[in-house]
Design a protein around this ligand. Structure first.
Ligand code: AMP
Length: 288
């Protein structure tokens, strides 16, 4: 695996590989890699394709300074995992390399409602910062395919819009969420959970699953589905665990995140949750 810290170095590598007719797939990450990230790296390994992973903890997408400062860094282990997964190029830039002229985004994309709701509401500025860095990375790597996790459901919808609005020559492929054996969505932040919080955290995926089972069973019975009733049941189940500080629990249209009242029989929906536990903010979702 080649490690590039400078933009000009990775661009040089990729120009040479493209001259050989190679296609490029890309998984951007913030490191502290787990099997979910590695699934994105492995997913792209079609014969002959070049696989690029980036590790960059992007300061502009953290609305909470403490969250940024406590973000886990495990670079040596990450490098070993990427080599094992068959990654070809790791892009590992510094903040100065990515933001030589400061953090200001002169021409942000307006994502409208999609970036104002849910995470956008609870983490002001997060999606602007995320889109800013993803656009920079896409313009450097120019991947044919970009792999992102469904774990960050709203993020992949916004990146899809970014690609469309900026007319970037990249195809986004959203990959399923990898989970621990008990169902907890894998996350770099999970290492910060103490033993008790880790035990309780599994309730997030349990409650999401219960909501989606309710949607499914009503669908099979061809009964109208009352979204508010499902959300209230879920919130009541989470409220039984005072350890949670729930920021939102919502059932939304899966295509545009608009609120739903009665779910139409063929309407795809997504249940999304964000909650803090033991000072760690976790998000998860399920689609059905
Ligand atoms: P992050 O390092 O948290 O910014 O995540 C980098 C990429 O990995 C994003 O596209 C995430 O959606 C994806 N990702 C994070 N957790 C998981 C998971 N449990 N399963 C699959 N993909 C994930």
């Amino acid at each position: 695996m080649i490690i590039c810290k400078r933009i000009k170095d990775i661009e040089k590598q990729l120009v040479a590989l493209r001259k050989e007719g190679k296609k490029v797939s890309f998984a951007p990450t913030m490191g502290a890699l787990h099997s979910g990230h590695i699934s994105l790296v492995k997913a792209r390994q079609k014969a002959g394709w070049v696989t690029v992973c980036s590790i960059f903890v992007n300061p502009t997408q953290f609305n909470d300074k403490a969250d940024f400062e406590k973000y886990p860094i495990t670079i040596e282990g990450d490098i070993m995992k990427l080599i094992e997964a068959g990654c070809d190029i790791l892009f590992l830039p510094t903040v100065a390399e990515m933001y030589p002229d400061g953090f200001e985004n002169k021409k942000p994309v307006d994502f409208g409602f999609l970036a104002q709701t849910l995470e956008g509401e609870h983490r002001p500025g997060h999606f602007d910062g995320m889109a800013q860095i993803v656009e920079k990375l896409l313009r450097i790597v120019k991947p044919d395919t970009l792999y992102m996790g469904q774990k960050d459901y709203q993020q992949q919808l916004i990146v899809s819009k970014l690609i469309e609005k900026r007319k970037l020559p990249t195809k986004l492929i959203a990959y399923p969420t990898l989970r621990e054996k008990d169902g907890l969505a894998m996350s770099s932040r999970n290492v910060r959970l103490d033993a008790h919080s880790r035990k309780v955290a599994v309730q997030l995926s349990k409650v999401l699953r219960a909501s989606m089972q309710k949607v499914e069973s009503n669908r099979l019975k061809k009964q109208p589905i009352d979204a508010a009733a499902i959300m209230n049941t879920a919130k009541a189940a989470l409220a039984k665990h005072p350890e949670f500080e729930v920021e939102y629990y919502e059932l939304r249209d899966a295509a545009n995140l608009q609120p739903v009242t009665t779910i139409a029989p063929k309407q795809k929906v997504v249940a999304l949750v964000a909650a803090k536990i033991g000072g760690v903010r976790l998000i998860d979702n399920m689609v059905g």
